[in-house]
Design a protein around this ligand. Structure first.
Ligand SMILES: [Mg+2]
Length: 398
């Protein structure tokens, strides 16, 4: 798996403080600045099947009233942060802006400008897979990517790319756009070239997405319709696979399973990734031959996502308390989540470069069904309200 270096350096949000009444609150509570903050998972903590969990709205209202910073940290996505936060604000009756949320794909925005001009993807052509229709394309465009192609665009330009998707033609027709550069079957090098592949959200048509992504991973330099001559050359690293400037591959969410309305958990984006890894291994020889699928996976429980969230939290906190140079350090962040595999594991293993400690609180209102959790939280609370109350006491705030 690649490092997070490309996703690390740039800040993303320019919006005003997430605590809308913050400035006024500073004047009345200037003497008391909390040295702690909260990070909340959303599904199974604040909402369940899109409905508010009892006590969630009151808890957020209390934190806002007390001017205690918090951020929502979710492996969900598929809509822009402004839309998602507006929906949550409405449901929980708490005013929030987009700086209050980190979704699984939020860190991708840093790749628009990259670490330097050479790595910037702003004007390159990127493939965005997953999500309903082309919602994720529109999110990517709001992030600043200028040339975004979906697998549906490629299919509509040449349905023979995956003939079995013809049954879904009316779906693809509803959002497909002409390609920024046409496919050129006689000389593919002159046609469409993809410079990065993003799985933004759970793919809806695993088959088409698998085919299009495999084509790119096996291509020469991302030119659609080519096949790299280096593939399978045993004298090259990784037997020549992904050694020919193929587009890097990014996944936004590692979750294998997720809780939905069906009584049993459903396959998540991690399921799609495992399926793709299986096809990759069958095609190339895979790990048994020492061949890996090079990719970057972000989202909870990974260090980079927590790091991204903490940077965002610190920016919000500094803005909220007036960028004071004598702002006391943020010492503790309470991570409240329902999923031991992502929320608790991530908080327990996160090492903050700023010296804060993350304290995991597992709630019983979501995925966790009782018993010994696979990753042991520092605290278990019945619900988010009890968790928040416990934390406020532990930090001697109440
Ligand atoms: Mg959850």
């Amino acid at each position: 798996m690649r490092s997070y270096s490309a996703l690390r350096s740039l800040s993303r949000f320019q919006s005003a403080s997430f605590l809308c009444s913050g400035r006024r609150a500073i004047q009345t509570s200037a003497t008391r600045v909390p040295d702690f903050a909260f990070a909340f998972d959303i599904d199974g903590v604040l909402l369940r099947s899109s409905k508010p969990i009892p006590g969630a709205a009151d808890s957020l209202a209390l934190l806002k009233e007390q001017n205690i910073p918090f951020i929502l940290l979710t492996n969900g996505g598929g809509t822009h942060e402004t839309e998602r936060v507006a929906e949550i604000s409405k449901k929980l009756n708490v005013p929030l802006d987009s700086s209050a949320i980190v979704q699984s794909h939020s860190p991708f925005e840093q790749l628009v400008k990259g670490e330097d001009e050479a790595s910037a993807l702003e004007h390159k052509c990127v493939l965005v897979a997953g999500g309903d229709g082309d919602n994720c394309r529109r999110v990517a465009e709001q992030y600043g990517f200028k040339n975004v192609v979906t697998p549906g665009d490629i299919f509509m330009a040449n349905p023979s790319v995956w003939p079995f998707s013809k049954n879904f033609s009316s779906y693809y027709k509803s959002f497909a756009r002409p390609l920024p550069k046409p496919l050129d079957p006689t000389d593919p090098v002159k046609g469409l070239k993809i410079d990065a592949v993003f799985v933004f959200n759970d793919p809806r048509d695993w088959a088409l997405d698998t085919q299009v992504i495999m084509d790119l991973l096996l291509s020469s330099q991302g030119h659609v319709g080519t096949l790299s001559a280096k593939n399978g050359q045993v004298d090259l690293p990784n037997h020549g696979y992904q050694q020919d400037n193929q587009p890097p591959l990014y996944f936004s969410n590692p979750d294998l399973w997720w809780a939905a309305a069906y009584p049993l958990p459903r396959l998540g984006q991690g399921g799609f990734r495992e399926a793709l890894e299986g096809v990759w291994a069958a095609t190339t020889g895979g790990p048994s031959k020492g061949i890996e699928l090079k990719k970057t996976v972000i989202g909870k429980p990974y260090q980079g996502t927590y790091e991204f969230a903490e940077r965002q939290l610190r920016r919000n906190r500094a803005r909220n308390f007036g960028d004071a140079t004598d702002l006391p350090p943020l010492k503790r962040v309470y991570m409240v989540g329902d999923n031991p595999e992502s929320d608790i594991r991530g908080a327990n293993s996160y090492r903050s470069e700023f010296g804060s400690s993350w304290h995991s609180i597992l709630v019983r209102t979501g995925v966790y069904g009782g018993g010994e959790p696979v990753w042991t939280p520092q605290t278990i609370a019945d619900d988010v309200q009890k968790g928040v109350q416990w934390a406020l006491k532990a930090s001697k705030w109440l």
